[in-house]
Design a protein around this ligand. Structure first.
Ligand code: AMP
Length: 189
């Protein structure tokens, strides 16, 4: 099964993706995690992406499209994958569709986790206070910038995928188990 998890930062995409990995046996592809690793390792990609990530802005489409293209070629994606945090713009979605088509694949479901901004800000404050691995973009000010990037550049993907008949919109507020059950139902798993 080829899935996309859509939703604002802090909507729970990463946590829910990890559960899907365990249950479906397909990998999670998180562009945010791949970029954070590149920043940590000081690679050229990391040097380019780091300042943008820190400012809560999106990194250029060609960089993330390249990352995902490479990752999808790996053997573990043959049976399916869960994209978490990608695509985030219409050009990224177009590039993904073209790439999948050329290898005879397609997206099966796009799950959008709906969480209001106020709840997101509270969650990010909590994550910043309790998380072991600190994220430099997990501050309330930077969260605002990330929410703005989401609203302006990523939210339009909802109508993009709705038109394609792929969008499954869920209430992302609630207990993790409850949200997970909604996701399972939405993807027919
Ligand atoms: P995330 O962990 O998904 O919240 O991503 C952290 C940061 O990495 C984002 O705020 C962006 O700066 C960058 N990033 C991750 N995925 C993408 C993407 N698909 N397009 C552009 N920037 C991205």
């Amino acid at each position: 099964m080829n899935l996309i998890l859509l939703g604002p930062p802090g909507a729970g995409k990463g946590t829910q993706a990890q559960r899907l990995v365990a249950d479906l046996g397909i990998p999670q592809i998180s562009t945010g995690e791949i970029l954070r690793a590149a920043v940590k390792n000081g690679t050229p990609l990391g040097k380019q992406a780091g300042p943008l990530m820190d400012a809560g802005k999106l990194v250029p489409d060609e960089l993330v499209v390249g990352i995902v293209d490479e990752r999808l070629k790996e053997q573990d994606c043959a049976r399916g994958f869960i994209l978490d945090g990608f695509p985030r713009t219409i050009p990224q979605a177009d590039a993904l569709a073209a790439k999948l088509k050329s290898s005879g694949k397609a997206i099966d479901h796009v799950v959008s986790l709906e969480v209001p901004d106020e709840v997101i800000i509270e969650r990010i404050k909590h994550r910043a206070a309790t998380s072991v691995e600190k994220r430099s973009d997990d501050t309330p000010e930077k969260a605002q910038a990330r929410l703005k990037a989401y609203a302006e550049q990523t939210a339009p993907l909802k109508s993009y995928y709705a038109k394609a008949g792929l969008l499954r919109t869920l209430n992302g507020v609630g207990a993790l188990d409850q949200v997970y059950a909604l996701i399972r139902k939405a993807i027919g798993a």
